[in-house]
Design a protein around this ligand. Structure first.
Ligand SMILES: C[S@@+](CC[C@H](N)C(=O)[O-])C[C@H]1O[C@@H](n2cnc3c(N)ncnc32)[C@H](O)[C@@H]1O
Length: 219
């Protein structure tokens, strides 16, 4: 059955909806599905921030690393009618994303690549991207950045989500965390330093949503 594509706001008054986000019924269903099935999609505040970056920079082509069920790809695409290429390694997620992108009537604008992003460079190497959204395995963020930023246009933007990792990146006492979480936090902290010290990018890290880094290519 076709889903009606009418825009709806969750909060009813402007005062209660400072992010000014609206969702189609399909997008609402994706948010509900993600919550019920523990799919970690971008939080509302992070999404509003990302969408404003897109409104300001008007990217023609966007690369996303970490599609999940296609929620952020669908949202990013429609802000400025950009083309989106998105990479996802989980087959079940890819199947759902294809279905959701089709239901949103944007299959011609969103290309989904089913592959580990660390092995997908060949598939996108001929493209130039104006914005790269990194939202996949946190431990691999530095590798994703190094692998895909050569494809970024001049003054292009890299947006990285989950920089705070539920606040844990700023925790000094991590002894109650598992070894794997501590390892992940260490890698994410190293990614913070890597971005802030990168000679070719101006980066600011914002305490918005789960922490978002915005890195702008200097030339
Ligand atoms: C946080 S979710 C993405 C959420 C999505 N961007 C959204 O906000 O709607 C991260 C996704 O990245 C995928 N992923 C993790 N590491 C990956 C990798 N190395 N290559 C491709 N996909 C990866 C996971 O399977 C998961 O679906």
């Amino acid at each position: 059955m076709a889903v009606e594509q009418k825009n709806v706001t969750v909060m009813e008054t402007v005062e209660n909806n400072p992010l000014h986000l609206e969702w189609t019924p399909l997008e609402q269903n994706l948010r509900i599905y993600a919550k019920e099935h523990h799919v970690p999609i971008i939080v509302d505040e992070g999404l509003a921030f990302l969408e404003q970056i897109i409104r300001i920079s008007r990217p023609k082509k966007i690369l996303e690393i970490g599609t999940a069920i296609g929620y952020s790809a669908i949202r990013m695409q429609k802000v400025c009618n950009s083309e989106v290429v998105t990479i996802e390694r989980n087959h079940t997620m890819v199947e759902q994303a294809i279905q959701n992108v089709s239901s949103a009537n944007v299959s011609s604008k969103i290309t989904i690549i089913e592959q580990d992003a660390l092995e997908a460079f060949e598939q996108v190497k001929d493209y130039t991207f104006d914005l790269i959204f990194i939202d996949a395995a946190k431990a691999q963020y530095t590798k994703f950045f190094e692998m895909y930023t050569p494809l970024l246009s001049s003054h292009g933007i890299v947006v990285t989500d989950n920089m705070s990792f539920h606040g844990l990146v700023h925790e000094e006492d991590l002894k109650d965390q598992s070894r794997s979480v501590r390892g992940l936090i260490r890698k994410l902290s190293n990614y913070h330093k890597f971005l802030l010290n990168h000679a070719s990018y101006d980066t600011s890290i914002f305490e918005i949503g789960d922490g978002i880094a915005v890195s702008v290519k200097k030339e």
